[in-house]
Design a protein around this ligand. Structure first.
Ligand code: MRU
Length: 376
């Protein structure tokens, strides 16, 4: 199944906390439960939590007792706030919520005359929101495939690729971002090998990326995060591919904690460093990465491994979940509209505008892309 699916009024998602030991499907019928699932990381990865938030809002609309459009919109705004507060760094979450709210506001103006009673328009809006959430999910898969096709051009036969965190099917609705590139290169017959960073503290690399790659049969080796520099210095890495949770207008990339260190090491060792990110992850409203909010998570993620304490009781802990890699360390950013190279700002603006024009989403603000730019 996909990482997240809508099934007749139920949101189903793979409970990623339990992988790779167990493959459990969690089911939700209330948006508050979806918000909790995002916060507690049943589902994680920027595009996946965007889709989860969208389905959460669809649940809110379906379950709403609102009698009027105005009441429903108020319910939706409140639910969107709850969903938005779950994780602050990945922009896909507010991006998807804003797209859903715009759909709801637009649906407000349909001129349908009620053939079946006073709630007809409320139900109409709810149905429109379910359809929009489904579109967001379907588009994610299509966009990942397009990014993968562009990114695979960077991968040569016999390449050793280093990756961080999990950017695969599990981090998206399906297929993946950086891992999608790796999958396509492999499907093209390239004899690649992947170095998988374990990705402390939550071990998304060891638990999720290793699980995915082994299922796909792609040659890989799991490494402790600390091993990456040694591998780069000794000529065992040809390219570094990571995802992104938010890309600022100047090309600064927020991604899983530890990404910055990899980028600096890659530069030092003359290794190309690419971020693979859909345009929904590009936030043109922020001039640079300095404005990106970095999520801080529970200290237990650092003091425990697999639920077992490894540090003295009461030790002070700092646990930032993401870091920002300054654009000067980034060779290129792979989007569904092509690979963007420095200077990043014009290329990112163009990619975002192309995307919105192609998707006919001109009613949507596009996070900093002006309507004229979209139409151009
Ligand atoms: O904390 P997580 O597991 O949600 O972090 C995920 C990442 O950092 C990914 O690299 C990122 O979302 C991009 S991949 C789709």
């Amino acid at each position: 199944m996909r990482t997240i699916e809508w099934d007749d009024g139920v949101v189903k998602m793979i409970d990623q906390r339990k992988l790779p030991r167990e493959l459990v499907i969690a089911q939700f019928t209330d948006y508050r439960e979806v918000a909790r699932a995002i916060k507690e990381m049943y589902i994680r990865g920027a595009p996946a939590i965007g889709a989860a938030a969208a389905f959460g809002l669809a649940l809110c609309a379906r379950g709403s007792k609102a009698k009027t459009r105005a009441e429903l919109l108020a319910n939706l705004e409140e639910a969107a706030l709850t969903l938005r507060r779950t994780r602050p760094t990945a922009v896909n979450l507010p991006w998807a919520l804003e797209r859903m709210l715009e759909q709801a506001r637009k649906a407000q103006y349909t001129q349908a005359v009620s053939p079946v009673g006073p709630n007809y328009r409320v139900e109409q809006i709810a149905n429109a929101l379910v359809a929009e959430a489904q579109r967001i999910a379907d588009e994610d898969v299509e966009v990942n495939r397009r990014m993968a096709a562009h990114g695979a051009e960077l991968i040569e036969d016999a390449y050793n690729i280093l990756t961080h965190c999990n950017t695969g099917s599990l981090a998206t609705v399906d297929y993946g971002t950086a891992l999608g590139v790796i999958r396509t290169a492999y499907e093209q017959g390239k004899r690649i090998h992947v170095w998988v960073d374990e990705t402390r503290p939550r071990l998304q690399g060891a638990r999720l990326t290793a699980w995915e790659l082994m299922r796909y049969g792609i040659p890989m080796t799991l490494i402790a995060d600390n091993a990456a520099g040694h591998l780069m210095l000794t000529g065992q890495v040809d390219i570094v591919l990571v995802g992104a949770d938010r890309v600022a207008a100047n090309g600064d990339v927020a991604n899983k904690i530890g990404t910055y260190k990899l980028a600096v090491l890659a530069r030092e060792n003359g290794i190309p460093f690419y971020s693979v990110a859909p345009t929904s992850t590009v936030d043109l409203s922020l001039p640079s990465g300095e404005q990106i909010t970095i999520e801080e998570r529970d200290s237990a993620e650092v003091t425990q491994v697999g639920g077992v304490g490894i540090a003295p009781e009461g030790v002070p802990v700092y646990n930032p979940a993401f870091d920002v890699t300054p654009h000067r360390y980034i060779t290129g950013i792979v989007t569904e509209e092509g690979i963007v190279y420095p200077p990043f700002t014009p290329g990112l603006r163009r990619a975002k505008a192309l995307r919105y024009a192609a998707a006919s989403l001109t009613g949507y603000s596009g996070q900093g892309v002006a309507d004229e730019e979209i139409r151009a």
